[in-house]
Design a protein around this ligand. Structure first.
Ligand code: F0G
Length: 458
């Protein structure tokens, strides 16, 4: 008999999670005004709010924590991390920051001016926020296939080269400080970008003399998809693929809370000395001295180890295939999810799941609340609540997709937890026709309402 797959790790330390009853959860969610962000995490059984900073560190990372060097300048933990960043990315210069958006803040302060255009593949919210905050414009050049959940395409994070070239043709190069390529593309559902596409984008950027930077939060997961799906890369190691990917760009920002396998951290790595020097000034102003940039010495040490671990095939196989394991279970139960499955999360398609709840009553939010009440599982709404109101008309904006994201933390839950999540969703799906009423908003902030919004059940 063929041996089944098993995780390439065993568990050395456990953290208890609290079981609760449906009645308790009903009480807690009412108290939280039906906003999952307002729940106390100890009242959540399986927390799929994000995969950011929520993963488990290895014994070797914890060992490194113990020997962290907390010196203000020239800490040995910094030097260790610097060496690993150079080895993994190939970039010459490196600046630590406290997380991903901080890296964006520092680098963009050096590169973006008012009126600039920054093209990319569905920029992440904080990236877009840091562009728009500087009165510049983010232009989305993702391929059209990314926006249809039923189309199967191996690299839905790809850039449409014609869309990108049009942007280059419409604006002088002085107005386009760089292109940002997000790997994997979070906003398109954790979808990868192919190395062929990265090469094409890189060539076009060189032709128009525009720098290319990566938003590399999930760069290792992206490399795993390249190895599994792209011809000619089957036999390359993840580290070889990663190095090749980064060689096509001028630099990167990263939230190390994802593929850095740490709870907090980020960095900038790049080749251009002039940009590095400019960014250094902002790093000192916003983050801290250049040899810690907002990170503890021990965290830099743990990140150095984490970067080596996340670029190992065995780790990535267990990580990405666990997400797919959950996705496949849901597909087998008939539950509508976005396909192909992303690298870090499964997205429930609420338009197909609960079409019986009117869109004006926030059907994806209703589904996320129901999943919490039924199973104690916390996901996050990516639909009308998140899309917020039109800044001019103040009307609700209805995005094409109403999704609930189930982000899977790294090395944290077992496949029994995945079975539990799938069974909870199957039960909800089986009784979906009974779902008629959604929610009304009783209180909301003028922007970024999703974090603090309050609801009443209709
Ligand atoms: N870029 C991408 C692609 C991200 O997914 C995130 C964070 C950031 C940048 C910002 O990094 O949080 O360290 O400041 N994504 C988290 C998520 C919040 O839940 O997807 P950060």
């Amino acid at each position: 008999m063929e041996l089944p797959y098993a995780e390439p790790y065993k568990i050395k330390m456990v953290e208890s999670i609290k079981r609760s009853t449906k009645n308790q959860r009903l009480k807690w969610i009412i108290k939280a005004n039906y906003n999952l962000f307002n729940l106390s995490s100890e009242n959540v059984f399986i927390d799929l709010l994000t995969d950011s900073g929520t993963g488990a560190m290895s014994d070797k990372q914890w060992a490194e924590m113990m020997i962290g060097d907390e010196s203000y300048a020239g800490s040995s933990s910094f030097l260790k991390l610097k060496k690993v960043v150079k080895k993994i990315t190939g970039y010459k210069y490196f600046l630590p920051t406290h997380q991903g958006r901080a890296a964006e803040n520092v680098l963009f302060s050096a590169l973006i001016k008012e009126g600039d255009i920054v093209p990319g593949n569905s920029h992440f919210d904080t990236t877009k926020g840091h562009i728009e905050f500087r009165k510049a414009t983010a232009v989305d050049c993702t391929i059209d296939e990314a926006f249809d959940t039923s189309i199967i395409h191996p690299f839905k994070g790809n850039v449409d080269i014609d869309k990108l070239e049009n942007v280059f043709k419409q604006h002088p190069k002085e107005k386009i400080p760089f292109v940002v390529l997000t790997i994997t593309c979070n906003s398109a559902g954790g979808q990868p970008v192919s190395i062929k596409n990265i090469k094409e984008v890189s060539l076009l950027c060189k032709q128009y003399e525009i720098p290319l930077y990566f938003d590399a939060a999930r760069f290792a997961e992206n490399a795993y998809f390249i190895k599994k799906r792209e011809k000619g890369y089957e036999d390359k190691t993840i580290k070889q693929i990663v190095k090749e990917v980064f060689s096509y760009g001028d630099g990167m920002t990263i939230s190390a809370k994802k593929d850095g396998l740490v709870n907090m951290g980020g960095f900038i790595a790049l080749n251009n000395k002039k940009v590095f020097k400019q960014a250094t000034v902002f790093n000192i102003m916003f983050e801290g001295f250049i040899t810690y940039g907002g990170m503890n010495g021990r965290d830099m040490g743990a990140l150095a180890v984490g970067l080596n671990e996340s670029t190992e095939f065995n780790y990535l196989e267990s990580r990405v295939e666990q997400v797919a394991y959950l996705g496949q279970k849901l597909v087998d139960y008939g539950v509508p999810v976005q396909q192909p499955f992303g690298g870090h999360a499964i997205f429930l398609d609420a338009n197909k799941f609960v079409p019986t709840i009117p869109r004006e009553e926030f059907r994806a939010q209703a589904l996320a609340v129901e999943l919490y009440v039924v199973g104690g599982i916390r996901g996050v709404e990516i639909g009308t609540v998140l899309a917020d109101r039109d800044p001019v008309t103040r009307e609700n904006r209805y995005p094409e997709l109403e999704l609930v994201r189930l982000a899977i933390p790294r090395r944290t839950y077992t496949n029994n937890h995945m079975d539990y999540i799938a069974a909870s969703l199957k039960n909800i799906y089986d009784s979906r026709n009974k779902a008629k009423n959604g929610y009304i908003i009783t209180d909301e902030a003028p922007i970024m309402r999703h974090f603090t919004v309050k609801f009443d059940k209709i």
